[in-house]
Design a protein around this ligand. Structure first.
Ligand code: B12
Length: 506
């Protein structure tokens, strides 16, 4: 075949999923970046990128029928799998080759291919641009399919998985040195015009509706950007975090500012959500970016991830110089023991409060999140978290606050314990928490081990029964209490990864 058209869709959250505070306010940049590289490597191919999070399914259905893509690529997260499968079906109806990518596809690739004939390929790459471009070349017959990095596909002998470097070595600039040879410079600045204007306008409207009150200056456009990846917590990752590749990788500071300038020119962006999770993992890189800030760049404002335990006065000062106006901080709990269980020895209530005070003094807003029902959670520890939630709101530290029961993502440590009871027992013994339902724990690998359809409320409830002393109802009550208090005080709030039916009136 010769590929002439590619449609890339970020699947929107499934209908019953409750929304998070930032939903629909920032773009799914992955599909835009993939489209940019396809345009560069395959200039004859027509490419459209679209975000299903803010585009109604009927509109995407019409687009698939009209555009009639040869390849349909879908970005799939845990909470959008139902919609992703619907899109694959629609793709098959018009004869497209279908390929799934993004975190959920990466975690579940083999199972997806075993269960879903409508999905031809799964891309498990964290950096997917080069894999997708190579797949198009392979479909054109220009290279063998087994040379496409991190591609999973059916073979006569089972599911094949090409474990090859995601970024071809010849595309990596520089020879070692600081910031891992700026390996992410290989990813070109996204061409944000490849996503329809209607999508960009919707992000801006949603953002202004929810967060406009925080700005004295005019907000002219909002975008996600991503010029560094990974996290310094390789040795003690947050136990519920589904990000699989934590290795730190960077772009050069020059590339960072090129990206900013291009987004200013293309979509008048003034607010940038840098998805590097977490920015506090590399103060050295932040410093280099600050030092390279061009004089004529204006005053772009940044929303960045930060870890409370890594936040120092020096880092906050650099954030101010960079133009950070809001941080995304996983506070997770108001109970020190729970924090140590969930995150590691450096985390504590005191550290959470210290980081919050530093940001408040610097005039930087906080988007925080709380995770309820960690291993060994008790009514008392839960109460500490509710109290901490009130403290954050009473002290006017929060631009937005999420609270939700723990979801053990199968790519995260908690999910891995569910699927490996022996390991779970070993960890429980080492850390000194009790497993409450041994029989249920033993059932987990057969219950969830082979299916590709995961009911995340059910998984969270099972987790709670096995690992948390506070019951599911108590977790939902605490979620309500925190969210109601936040709403009464005018703080934007949300609870992802849980269905509206379970959450009740929210
Ligand atoms: C920005 C962001 C958002 C934004 C934008 C959403 C989006 N879809 O991009 C907002 C705030 C809206 C958001 C919402 C949600 N998010 Co979010 N989000 C992120 C974040 C911080 C960065 C993503 C990003 O922009 N990266 C930069 C771009 C360039 O890369 P990328 O998106 O990863 O895409 C690359 C690859 O994944 C791959 N790829 C992606 N799609 C495809 C498709 C094909 C065909 C191919 C070949 C490759 C491919 O190639 C891309 C380019 O390199 C990540 C955590 C992180 N730091 O990675 C969490 C993350 C992706 N989010 C997550 C979740 C759970 C959600 C929500 C479900 C939250 C909720 N409601 O509970 C919603 C889902 C909304 C939706 N359906 O889109 C989880 C996903 C876990 C999982 N197993 O699914 C993550 C990993 C966070 C975490 N720690 O667990 N999110």
């Amino acid at each position: 075949m010769k590929v002439r058209s590619v449609l890339l869709v970020n699947a929107g959250s499934d209908a019953d999923v409750s929304s998070i505070a930032n939903d629909g306010t920032f773009p799914a940049l992955g599909v835009v970046s993939l489209a940019t590289v396809l345009r560069r490597d395959h200039p004859d191919v027509d490419v459209i990128a679209i975000d299903g999070q803010i585009t109604p399914m009927e509109e995407i259905e019409r687009l698939i029928a009209d555009f009639d893509p040869d390849v349909l690529g879908v970005g799939v997260l845990a909470t959008s799998y139902g919609n992703a499968l619907r899109l694959a079906e629609l793709g098959k109806d018009v004869g497209a080759v279908t390929v799934f990518g993004n975190d959920q596809a990466t975690a579940m690739g083999e199972r997806i291919l075993k269960h879903r004939e409508g999905v031809d390929y799964v891309c498990a790459a964290d950096v997917g641009e080069f894999a997708l471009s190579a797949l198009v070349s392979a479909l054109d017959g220009e290279r063998p399919i087994d040379s496409v990095p991190e591609l999973l596909y059916r073979t006569p002998d089972g599911i094949g998985h090409n474990r090859l470097p995601e970024i071809p070595p010849d595309q990596i600039r520089g020879g070692g040195g600081a910031f891992q040879s700026m390996v992410l410079d290989a990813i070109p600045v996204p061409d944000r015009t490849l996503m329809p204007d209607a999508n960009w306008n919707r992000y801006l409207d949603n953002y202004l509706n929810r967060y406009g009150g925080f700005h004295d200056e005019e907000v002219t456009g909002v975008t996600t950007m991503n010029r560094a990846r990974g996290c310094a917590r390789v040795k003690s990752p947050c136990h519920f975090c589904g990000i699989m590749d934590l290795s730190l990788r960077f772009s050069s500071p020059e590339m960072f500012w090129n990206d900013v300038r291009t987004a200013q020119e293309q979509i008048s962006a003034s607010i940038f959500y840098e998805a590097f999770d977490s920015m506090s993992s590399s103060p050295r890189w932040v410093k280099a970016v600050v030092e390279a800030k061009p004089d004529d760049i204006g005053e772009p404002k940044f929303f960045v991830y930060t870890q409370a335990a890594e936040t120092t006065p020096r880092l906050v000062e650099m954030y101010q110089k960079l133009g950070v106006y809001r941080v995304n901080m996983g506070l997770e709990s108001g109970d020190t023991q729970m924090l140590k269980f969930l995150k590691g020895p450096r985390d504590s209530l005191e550290n959470n409060q210290r980081a919050c005070r530093l940001f408040k003094e610097a005039g930087i807003l906080i988007h925080g999140s709380l995770v309820l029902g960690g291993p060994g959670e008790t009514l008392e520890s839960l109460e500490n978290t509710v109290r901490f939630g009130r403290w954050l709101i009473d002290n006017e530290m929060m631009a937005s606050l999420e609270a939700q029961p723990l979801y053990p993502d199968f790519g995260a440590l908690t999910g891995k314990w569910m699927m490996n009871p022996d390991r779970a027992r070993q960890v429980a013994q080492e850390r000194g928490f009790e497993i409450l339902d041994e029989k249920l724990l033993d059932l987990m690998p057969s219950k969830y081990g082979s299916t590709d359809m995961v009911d995340f409320d059910e998984v969270s409830k099972d987790w709670c029964k096995i690992f948390s002393h506070a019951t599911w109802d108590e977790l939902i009550d605490a979620t309500h209490t925190i969210r109601s208090y936040a709403e009464r005080c005018g703080t934007v709030t949300g609870s992802g990864r849980i269905t509206q039916a379970t959450l009740g009136s929210f």
